[in-house]
Write a protein that binds this ligand. Structure first.
Ligand code: GTP
Length: 185
C-alpha cells in the first residue's frame, strides 16, 4: 500500500486561459460576493484551518499569464498540492486548451512518479442553461490524475466553496492513485 503523510497545509493553484474567472473565483470565495472589477491576479490567500471543512490551513494561489513567465507558473505547479484548471463553460476553446495545453504542462512539471491531483472547473454556468460535463469524460480517461470536474459560477457563488472543498479533499482523501505505479519497476 502506498501511504503519503497528510500535509499540514493544502496549497491550491488555479490555472487556465486568461479571462476564465480564476481571480473572480478566489475573490468570490473570500468576500462571498461577486465584483465586476478584480485585479489581474489575486494575492496569495491563506484560509485558516478552523474555517475550512477539513480543518487544514489552505493556501490559494492565482496565476496571470500576462504578468508571469512560464517558468514562474512552472514553479507554482511544483509547489502546489492540487491544481484546479479553470475553463469557461461558454467558451469551447478554453475547454479544448485543457487537454491540448494545460494538462501536458502540469505533467511536465510534476515528477513522473508523483502526479498531482487535478480538478477541472467549468466556471460561468450562469451564462448557459445546459451542462458541459459530458465533454470532459475523454479527458478524464486520458489523464487519470483528473480527480473530478465541477461546474460553478463566481458570479452567483454557485459551487464556489464546493470547488475549493473538493480540491482540499483531493489532497487529503485522494480517490485516484496519485502514484503512477505502471511506470515503476
Ligand atoms: P486573467 O487574469 O486574465 O488570467 O483572467 P482570470 O481567469 O483571472 O479571469 P477574471 O477573474 O479576471 O474574470 C474575467 C472576466 O470574467 C471578468 O469580466 C469577470 O467579471 C468575468 N467573470 C468571472 N467569473 C464569472 C462568472 O462566474 N460569470 C460571469 N458571467 N462572468 C464571470
Amino acid at each position: 500500500m502506498v501511504f503519503e503523510s497528510v500535509s499540514r497545509t493544502v496549497r491550491i493553484l488555479l490555472l487556465g486561459e486568461p479571462g476564465v474567472g480564476k481571480t473572480s473565483l478566489i475573490l468570490s470565495l473570500v468576500t462571498e460576493e461577486f465584483s465586476d472589477h478584480v485585479p489581474p491576479k489575486a494575492e496569495e490567500i491563506t484560509i485558516p484551518a478552523d474555517v475550512t471543512p477539513e480543518q487544514v490551513p489552505t493556501n490559494i494561489v492565482d496565476i496571470c499569464m500576462a504578468e508571469q513567465s512560464l517558468e514562474q507558473v512552472a514553479e507554482e505547479i511544483e509547489k502546489a498540492h492540487v491544481i484546479c484548471i479553470v475553463f469557461s463553460v461558454e467558451k469551447q476553446e478554453t475547454l479544448n486548451k485543457i487537454a491540448s495545453y494545460w494538462l501536458p504542462f502540469v505533467r511536465e512539471n510534476c515528477p513522473d512518479d508523483h502526479r498531482k491531483p487535478v480538478i477541472l472547473v467549468g466556471n460561468k454556468i450562469d451564462l448557459i442553461d445546459y451542462s458541459v460535463i459530458d465533454n470532459i469524460w475523454d479527458i478524464a480517461e486520458e489523464y487519470p490524475e483528473v480527480d473530478r470536474c465541477i461546474e460553478c459560477s463566481a458570479k452567483t457563488l454557485t459551487n464556489v466553496s464546493e470547488m475549493f472543498y473538493n480540491a482540499q479533499k483531493a489532497v487529503l482523501h485522494p480517490i485516484t492513485p496519485i502514484y503512477c505505479i505502471d511506470e515503476q519497476e
